[in-house]
Design a protein around this ligand. Structure first.
Ligand code: ADP
Length: 463
C-alpha cells in the first residue's frame, strides 16, 4: 500500500511542479509576445506619423499650402499603411481623411495623447497614434492607425495552442512520471517481498543486491549487514542455550544417580551422610554455574550496569591475593605478590574487578600442580595499569589459546570438570575487562606455565 501511495505522491508532486512551471511559461510567453507586437506596431505608427509631419513641413517650406491635400492623398496611396491616415486642422476640419478612416469614423480627440492607444472596434481593433504638427501659423492633428486584427488573430491562435498543448503535455508528463517512479520503486518491492520471507528458520537468506551503485544497493547491503549480525547473535544465543542446558544436565544427572543408588537399599548413617555430602557439593557447583549463567545473561541483555568510581586496583588485587594465597597453600603452590607500594587508580566497579582477578588467580592455582608457583604483579606503563598473573602450571596448547575466552570452552574437559571448572570464568573475565575499557591477553607454553595480563586505563582525575 505504502509504495503505491509513494508512487502516486511522487507523480503528483512532479506533475504539480510541472503544471506550475508550464503555466508560468505559457502566461509569460503570451504576455511577452503581446507586448512585443504592441511595441513593434507603435514604433511603426511613430515612423509613419513622422513621415506625415515631414511632408506637412516640406509643403510649408515651399509656400504651397493648397497642394498639401493632394500631397497627403498621394502619400496615403503610395505608402504602406497609408490607407489609415487622417489630418485635421485646429478647427476640426479634415484636411485629408482616408476612406477607411472615414468608414471607421475614427474620432478626432480634443487633445492628442502622448502614446498610441487602442480603439476597441467590434471586429477590427485599431491602434491609433495622434501627433500635432505645427507649420508656420497652422497647427494640424495627424492621426495614423493600424488594424490589429491579424495580430489579434495570431495572439488568439497562440492562446489556444497554449491552452490545449499545456494540459496535453502535462497529462503525458504525469503518466510518464508515474511510470518512472513505478519503475524506480520496483526494486523496493522486491526487497520487501524477500524481507517478508526471512524469519528465524531461514536467517541465513540474504537480499539480492542490485549492482546499481545507488541508494537501493546501499539499502540492500545495509539490510544484509543487519541480517548477518542478527544471524550471528541468534547463533550465539542458540549455542549458549544448548551449552547451558547441557552443563546443567550433567550435575543433575550425577545427583539423581547418587540419590537413586542410595535409595536402592537400606544404608548406614555414614553412607547417607556421604551421599548427601556428594549431592551438596554438586549443588554448590550447580549454584555457581547458575549464578555465572545469570551474570552472562544479564550482560547480554545489557541490564548489567557498572557504577563507575575511582578505585585503587592495588588494594583490590591485594584483597584477592589473600584468598588466592589460601587456595595456593592448600595445593602446596608457592604464591608471590608483587604490588607497587602506592595506590593505582582506575575507573571501575570494585566488586567486578575483584571478581575478574579472582577468576584469573583461581585458574592459575587450579591449573598449577603442587610445587609450582603463582605470581601476581601490578605494573604501570603509558597510562595503563597492567595486572599480571603468572603461573608455572600446565599451560594452554597453542590450538586452544584463541578459544579459551569463549563461553563453555575448556581445553581439557575432563580435568577442568574435575577441578570444578565451568568454562565460563574467562568469558566473564573478558567481559569485565572490556566493560572497563580494558583488555585481557594470554601467553602460554604447555608444561611451562601461563601469563594472563589485564590492561586497564589509569584514572587521571579524582572523578
Ligand atoms: P574453567 O572454569 O574451566 O576454568 P575458564 O573459562 O576459567 O573455565 O577457563 C577456560 C579454560 O582455559 C580452562 O578450562 C583451561 O583449560 C584453560 N585455562 C584457564 N586458565 C588457565 C591457566 N592459568 N593455566 C592453564 N589453562 C588455563
Amino acid at each position: 500500500m505504502k509504495t503505491i501511495s509513494m508512487r502516486l505522491r511522487l507523480a503528483f508532486w512532479y506533475s504539480t511542479m510541472l503544471a506550475l512551471a508550464l503555466t508560468l511559461f505559457g502566461v509569460s510567453s503570451y504576455f511577452a509576445m503581446r507586448r512585443s507586437i504592441r511595441v513593434t506596431v507603435d514604433e511603426e505608427l511613430q515612423a509613419r506619423s513622422e513621415g506625415v509631419q515631414h511632408l506637412i513641413e516640406r509643403a510649408f517650406r515651399v509656400d504651397y499650402t493648397e497642394n498639401l491635400e493632394d500631397s497627403l492623398r498621394e502619400h496615403s496611396e503610395l505608402r504602406t499603411g497609408g490607407e489609415l491616415l487622417q489630418v485635421s486642422d485646429s478647427q476640426g476640419h479634415f484636411l485629408f481623411r482616408s476612406e477607411q478612416m472615414s468608414r471607421l469614423n475614427v474620432p478626432r480627440p480634443d487633445r492628442p495623447s502622448a502614446r498610441a492607444y487602442s480603439l476597441p472596434f467590434k471586429e477590427d481593433p485599431l491602434r491609433v497614434l495622434d501627433r500635432v504638427v505645427t507649420a508656420g501659423t497652422h497647427s494640424y492633428m495627424v492621426q495614423v492607425a493600424t488594424e490589429m486584427d491579424d495580430y489579434a488573430e495570431a495572439l488568439y491562435r497562440i492562446q489556444v495552442l497554449l491552452l490545449v498543448s499545456i494540459p496535453v503535455f502535462l497529462l503525458c508528463a504525469a503518466f510518464g512520471g508515474y511510470w518512472m517512479s513505478r519503475h524506480a520503486l520496483d526494486p523496493v518491492d522486491q526487497i520487501i517481498r524477500t524481507a517478508k520471507n526471512i524469519s528465524v528458520q531461514n536467517l541465513s537468506s540474504r537480499l539480492e543486491v542490485p549492482r546499481t551503485g545507488d541508494e537501493l544497493q546501499r539499502l540492500s547491503e545495509t539490510l544484509n549487514g543487519m541480517l548477518e549480525r542478527l544471524e550471528t547473535a541468534f547463533k550465539k544465543i542458540t549455542q549458549f542455550t544448548a551449552d547451558a542446558s547441557h552443563e546443567l544436565r550433567t550435575p543433575v544427572a550425577v545427583m539423581r544417580t547418587r540419590a537413586e543408588l542410595s535409595l536402592r537399599r537400606a544404608r548406614s548413617v555414614e553412607d547417607y551422610r556421604d551421599t548427601v555430602a556428594q549431592i551438596h557439593s554438586e549443588l554448590e557447583r550447580t549454584t555457581e554455574l547458575i549464578e555465572k549463567l545469570m551474570f552472562l545473561a544479564r550482560t547480554d541483555s545489557g541490564a548489567e550496569s557498572i557504577p563507575f568510581e575511582r578505585v585503587d586496583l592495588s588494594k583490590i588485587v591485594h584483597e584477592v591475593d589473600m584468598q588466592g594465597s589460601a587456595l595456593a597453600e592448600n595445593k602446596q603452590v608457592a604464591f608471590r605478590e608483587n604490588l607497587p607500594g602506592h595506590p593505582v587508580w582506575v575507573q571501575g566497579d570494585e566488586h567486578l574487578l575483584r571478581r575478574l582477578f579472582l577468576i584469573l588467580i583461581d585458574n592459575a592455582v587450579k591449573y598449577t600442580p603442587a610445587e609450582g608457583t603463582v605470581e601476581v604483579s601490578i605494573l604501570q606503563k603509558n597510562g595503563t595499569a597492567i595486572g599480571q598473573i603468572r603461573d608455572t602450571g600446565i599451560g594452554v596448547a597453542a590450538a586452544d589459546l584463541p578459544n579459551i575466552f569463549e563461553r563453555f570452552y575448556r581445553a581439557d574437559k575432563a580435568r577442568s570438570r574435575e577441578t570444578g571448572g565451568t568454562g565460563l570464568g574467562l568469558s566473564i573475565g573478558k567481559w569485565i575487562a572490556e566493560a572497563h575499557a580494558g583488555s585481557i591477553e594470554v601467553e602460554s607454553e604447555p608444561g611451562q606455565g601461563s601469563t594472563f595480563q589485564v590492561r586497564l586505563p589509569i584514572s587521571k582525575n579524582g572523578g
